[in-house]
Design a protein around this ligand. Sequence first.
Ligand code: DC
Length: 219
Amino acid sequence: MKRLLITIDGPAGAGKTTVSRELADRLNYKYIDTGALYRVVAFEARAAGVSKDDDTGLENLCSALNLNFVKDERGLRLLSNNSDITDQIRAPEISMMASAVSARPVVRKYLLDLQRNMGREKGVVFEGRDMGTVVFPDADKKFYLDASQKVRAIRRYRELESKTSQTLEEVEREIRLRDENDGKREVAPMKPADDALIVDSTDLSINDVVEMMLAYILK
Ligand code: DC
């Protein structure tokens, strides 16, 4: 079968990462988590003391980024300037900062080119917020994965439980704020592409979602 470019957009906690990984595995495709790119910018901005609305600072920081993906026994690792920041970029303060810097056009413009370059080769699943709308409007198959805010908060809380001391209420608040930021920004707001299949995973298992997507892809 022809190798495709598949996009999966949607809000935090909808299950995009697990589903995209599984789908990529089953199809023997590559998987790219574009949220990690915004997280790196947020992480490096914090480390350098660049504020979330300092466009010149963010632009300089973006053009100096040196990112590499390497595989080891733990899976795919993300190196920024040769230091492994895979785990650090998952911290809650980085999630909020990533959401803030992702609203800045300078950051989006820089990452747009990077993502399109990564999509030159087909046989890939891209996960993000604007994959099907802005980055790859001509993608072969597009999905928008959603779930109720409550269920998304519970999922994210369980995922973070061993790593942070955040309460469920705090996780819920963070998800609500990020939904607002990501959905209401002027540039590339999070929304389903007109031609995306919308999947509500509130009452579905990961396997149900993956099977549904595979059926749609192979149709
Ligand atoms: O998917 P994630 O939670 O790792 O993404 C972190 C933030 O990055 C998210 O709140 C918004 C931003 N983001 C974006 O604006 N566009 C993307 N394609 C991916 C992520």
